[in-house]
Design a protein around this ligand. Sequence first.
Ligand code: GDP
Length: 299
Amino acid sequence: DKGLEKSSQGFFDKISKAVVGKSKVDDEVLDDLEEVLIASDVGASTTIKIIDRIEKRVARDKFVGTDELDVILREEITGLLLDNPHAQTGNVDDTKKPYVIMVVGVNGVGKTTTIGKLAHQFKSEGKKVVLGAADTFRAAATEQLTIWSERVGVPIVKQNMGSDPASVAFDTVQSAVANNADVVIIDTAGRLHNKVNLMNELSKIKRVMQKVIVDAPHEILLVLDGSTGQNAFEQAKQFTAATEVNALAVTKLDGTAKGGVVIGISEEFQIPVKYIGVGEKMTDLQLFNPAEFVDSFFK
Ligand code: GDP
């Protein structure tokens, strides 16, 4: 997993430093561990949960050597991710045809790139994909998405800049149904400065789509930049308040030591991380696997 290596850089080193010269996991080691987790952007409430889980084990097993801490931490973090009641596996629900994904997130996080990567992945699985350029606020957004649609070789539905995003979404799902498509991926505008506008825009897009497909969108995928630490937490808070986000894609985990946000955000918002971005290329998207991720985090 070359992509994830940098993401994990530092975490194991920091833990090793915290336990240097100590053989037993005691309160002091747990305090240091807490600091390491916070510094790794796991987030305060998730850090407390992890420390609690380890404290319980220490209390139960009486003596826990610091040489075991690595293994125990991995088990407890993986356990936490797997305990997420919303944890889901697989890619798209094949019983929905088309399966409609609405993609949300602020500009710059890698939303367009993620849509391109997803389109490529679905297409290579033999699925028929349609993209919808419902970020009509920035001309560059539609241009970038068009470039991706050409690169991947999938159709895109778009309108002029400034047109109604909901109207683009409507056209897109209609075209998908007419062409018997398997997956629809709709890009949306990523402006956060006006929360009420964001909420209204997203609900209107949903409402209008539902005129064509009653239970659309099947997935509301929030894209977060994994290198932004606490900003990603803040964005998750705002978008989950604005709409029913039910999946996360965390990008840029190839170039950062901040992979801890993946653990913290999933736990805090009880939303599964579905995809991780590990580079700029079309193929640099992986389905999230908790055990694998935790392993690479510790490397
Ligand atoms: P948008 O404004 O959210 O649509 O962001 P873009 O998709 O245009 O991406 C912003 C920048 O981040 C571009 O330079 C992308 O190539 C880059 N990017 C996106 N995802 C990843 C990733 O997983 N890893 C790296 N290293 N760069 C990424």
